[in-house]
Design a protein around this ligand. Sequence first.
Ligand code: ZN
Length: 426
Amino acid sequence: MKASFARTALLFAALSLTASVHAQVTGKRESPQPTVVRAARLIDVRAGRVIDDATILIEGDRIKSVGSNLAVQSNARTIDLGDVTLLPGLVDAHTHLLHQYYRESGDDNANRILEMVQMGAAKRALLGARLARETLEAGFTTVRDLGNSGVNGDVALRDAINAGWVIGPRLFVSTRALTPVGGQFQSLTPEAQKLIEQEYVPVSGADEARRAVRQAIYDGADCIKVIVNTGARMLSLEELKVIVDEAHRAKRRVAAHATDGDAAALIAAEAGVDSIEHAYTISEKVLSLMAEQKIFLVPTDAPGVDRYQARIQRAVKAGVRIAVGSDLYYEFAGKTRGQVAAGMYQTYVDSGLPAMDVLRAATINPADLIDTTQSVGAIEAGRMADIIAVKGDLLKDITNLERVDFVMKGGQVIKDNIRPGALTAR
Ligand SMILES: [Zn+2]
């Protein structure tokens, strides 16, 4: 169709313009020459220890070896970052990169309708390109994007990043979330209900649930997002079991949104999902079921809420692994999406998690949840060279993560505030 071809062509033109600007900024892609990154210290998140005089040897996009004062080949390109701490690139288990609300436009429901009627797919993709860049520059080298991206806009963004058209984190995407009838919209007129399937896939009954998972996989989903409940509407245990069965058969993980009490989280856990998102209120019974089945909790906590903090403590005590997700979608004046996301870690220190555990919940835990190939989340031989650097003592003050000065993704330097001019000089 002509009209849609023109739209697509325009989008491609805009994306390739961004890509060529980026190529000028960051120089050529990987070279065969090995790279060495050195710094005063490195945090081994798995072992929970600090390695002094850190050396990381990188070949192509992967880490070859890591240790203290390693000897390296003489032909290696050296990036000496000095008195900083290296750690794995941050991993956000719950983002919405093609989704932005404005407080002046009203509440979630008002914004949801405005976004649907005022933003076409092309504009939304470009918003995604912007937020992806902001997220990567803040230090997030991998994110799991969980819906609210129109019809497969997240797949397009992931593929554009992988092709080098735009810069952004490694994306693991869900396509449209599976939901009860009506999606997350509140009341819509019968005419307006046509909008629902532009954003969600409502399912009723086991057959529709199975079909929706198959459609998501066909559409390019890396994982499945299911909204177990919204308002008074809730999926059934039977539907959830089918969703998990079908997703796991295709080696896709299932993220389950559950809020407002315990009922939704309980059936999600009973169905064997891989992570439960939000779960602001959750019982000991569900937490022990989660621990038993190795289901991650993805808290998306706002700071300073006592009951959220108490349930983090209860989750840890029950043995549930925590993978932090930002779930941001409102605009914050004067801050990028990534900067606001990096501000979430202090919330978990306030909830009583030791800083090292927060760093795990920011790296290796979400990586274990999201990435079935185990290629990100730690600075270890064989993993992707996704590395960030910060100044200051992270273990004493986690807010240092809000000022990431160096970002490398897959061996490619994305941001370098430590060595002025180094990026543009290459
Ligand atoms: Zn969300």
